[in-house]
Design a protein around this ligand. Structure first.
Ligand code: GDP
Length: 454
């Protein structure tokens, strides 16, 4: 029999409440051993979806007032009996309650074990389970929406509808091959081709949206670059709205890379404020400058800052040429000062130019809009189904490849049974995407990345 598991499901910092979650056939019995309802009833008699107010009893002593929630299988997160004890969120109290629960017969839950049990009990498929992990780690607005959609089954529904079409075609073709003389609904090559084309189209749309989805959900590594004193640190401060990076007009003080994640519009930018780009004889400083160039090369997005009050110099021109062909926005700072900058060279090199005054906090929205346009996520639809990770993408890519091969074979006049092998392989890929046919290794790998308690 499956062991009854328990873990702290709330975070590892003190909070208003802490929740100890218990799941398995003995969940209610174990909760009942450490929790006494004030009305002297027993949790054992409690129906599902009910709560009781009472006390936590540790080693015979009342330790806290708490709420016990009972869920009865299969109507629970895991599909098993589940009890949750909500105690006051002090770390010691939460830990002691968990210890009492373990003493009463539960075993500590492994990472993601509650969600793994939910998956094994058919409460959610792998794409939904993975979206639970994404929801927990979501930083940006769009990311949150996209993960919630996946949890609601947006991706599963899309994959299952393609799968159904493939399995239908496969079954009819198999029947044709096995019983050529029977009356089987007509399956002309034309119809089959149309169905396969439709399947390929739907998978292609998912694959095409993958990079955009990743940009939106994972955030964008961004370098803020520019020569000293153009206002890189000030821009970073404007974006973070804190005083984290040191703003100063002494050249060379931003020697190291400061990193910070900020929300810009619907996106999350992982910002790297770099040392001013220039040459230096100072060793420490030149290490900083080298790092700045590396950060610039590694970035997915460059915010190239220029000073509106000065004309371009050699370092500006160097930055312009380094930005050519890259995802880069020219940010012209200090618009509150008199313009001395000739922007013609910048206009040639950048498709997006934004005017800001970091000092006066002006131009934030314009910058957000320019970045979204540049990265192609301005019209991103977070309610559309989205492949969430490399694993899902690989399965989708393989399925798409098999369907394209099947189409080619069909057009070349290859026999139905040969075509069917490819269609079955495509179906297998989709079945492992949603987890209906995923190997234990894949499943274990997915859940091992979860936190304990989820
Ligand atoms: P960095 O070396 O590129 O990081 O530049 P800083 O952010 O340290 O800014 C250099 C100087 O320019 C500081 O004195 C800032 O106060 C000033 N500065 C930054 N942004 C603006 C702006 O929009 N307008 C004006 N007038 N000064 C600014």
């Amino acid at each position: 029999m499956e062991k009854t598991i328990a873990a702290v499901s709330t975070g590892s910092a003190p909070g208003g409440i802490g929740v100890i979650r218990i799941s398995g056939s003995r969940a209610v019995e174990i909760a009942n051993a450490v929790f006494k309802p004030f009305d002297n009833s027993s949790l054992l008699e409690l129906k599902g979806y009910r709560a009781k107010y009472g006390s936590i009893v540790i080693d015979g002593e009342k330790a806290d007032n708490a709420v016990a929630l009972v869920f009865r299988a299969p109507k629970s997160y895991t599909g098993e009996d589940v009890a949750e004890l909500s105690v006051h969120g002090g770390m010691l109290l939460v830990q002691k309650t968990l210890e009492a629960v373990l003493k009463a017969g539960a075993v500590p839950a492994g990472p993601g074990e509650f969600t793994k049990r939910a998956f094994l009990n058919g409460k959610l498929d792998l794409t939904q389970a993975e979206s639970v992990a994404e929801l927990i780690s979501a930083e940006g607005e769009q990311s949150l929406k996209a993960s919630y959609n996946a949890l609601q089954g947006a991706l599963s529904n899309k994959i299952n509808s393609v799968l159904e079409k493939l399995l239908d075609s496969s079954a009819t073709m198999a029947a044709w091959v096995d019983y050529p003389d029977e009356e089987i609904p007509e399956l002309t090559d034309g119809e089959l081709e149309k169905t396969l084309e439709q399947c390929a189209l739907e998978l292609k749309a998912l694959l095409d949206n993958y990079e955009n989805g990743k940009t939106v959900t994972k955030g964008v590594v961004t370098a803020i670059a520019g020569r000293p004193n153009v206002g890189k640190s000030s821009l970073m401060n404007m974006l973070t709205k804190t005083e984290k990076s040191i703003v100063t007009h002494i050249e060379g003080t931003t020697r190291d890379i400061v990193e910070e994640s900020v929300r810009l519009g619907g996106l999350v930018l992982h910002l790297r404020d770099t040392a001013g780009l220039r040459s230096s004889d100072d060793l420490v400083e030149s290490i900083g400058i080298e790092k700045a160039y590396k950060a610039l090369d590694d970035a997915q997005l460059v915010l190239a800052v220029f000073d509106n009050s000065l004309s371009l110099d050699g370092f500006d021109r160097d930055l312009i040429s380094r930005c050519k062909g890259r995802a880069a926005v020219a940010v012209i700072n200090k618009t509150d000062l008199e313009a001395r900058l000739d922007t013609s060279e910048i206009e040639v090199a950048f498709s997006e130019i934004v005017y800001i005054s970091a000092k006066n906090n002006e131009g934030f929205e314009e910058l957000a809009a320019a970045v979204e346009r540049l990265l192609g996520v301005a019209d991103f639809d977070s309610s559309a189904p989205l492949l969430a990770n490399a694993r899902q993408k690989k399965n989708c890519e393989n399925a798409y490849g098999e369907i394209i091969e099947a189409l080619d074979a069909l057009r070349a006049g290859v026999t139905f049974d040969a075509v069917n092998v490819m269609i079955d392989s495509a179906a297998d890929e989709l079945l492992s995407l949603t987890g209906k046919k995923a190997s234990a290794e894949v499943v274990n790998n997915i859940f091992s990345k979860f936190c304990v308690g989820k």
